[in-house]
Design a binder for this molecule. Sequence first.
Ligand code: SF4
Length: 231
Amino acid sequence: MEPVIVLDNIPFQADIEALMKQMHVQPDTSDAEDMQKMVAEVERIARPKAMYALRFIDSKDDDGVVVEGTRFSSRVLRVNLDKAERVFLYIATCGRELDDWAHTLDDPLHQFWAEAIKIQALGAASRMLTQHLTDTYQPGKTSDMNPGSLADWPLREQRPLFRSLGDPFATIGVELTASCLMVPNKSVSGIRFPTEESFASCMLCPRPECPNRRAPHDPVLFEQKYRKQAE
Ligand code: SF4
């Protein structure tokens, strides 16, 4: 089994201009001053991190795949991995340090800003992970699936994913709650796989006006590509 790789020396500088724009903070105001102080503090504290493991697929059936002894149950994942032989299991996070700091803030406005800063830190970790995978493995075109993004691959599938990565809490400070949500909340986990056709879970998700949508909903895709044939 390939070792779990940890990326924990990830540079992070908050983008204050983007933050001010996003939070509607005007320059030369007391809010702008507060935000600058906050960003300076964050840059001292934040330690975004990521971990991943290269894993090989043992077997595939109609409703799931077994990856080095761990079963993942999802018809969509199974179809997406049809031609894949290896996958990357991963977790990226804004980091416990930033999350703990955000919990010390009393002002609801500052708490709101802190969540936006945590998203930026998670972005830094995710970009570093992608760059590292590209430099190390040249995986070509890839797509991702994340447990909980589709009813077909529910949140409880975080458990096998976390198990496959050993001890994510000890390694990068990410743990699962009893309902399988991640702490810190600005963390992302998933399976990245080689694919010739781009895939995003949003393509199968009908949720209207989702602010995080990354691809248009395709109302016929499930029937055309993922529906199991009747026996
Ligand atoms: S549209 Fe929104 S809710 Fe649906 S999968 Fe995409 S990000 Fe998730």
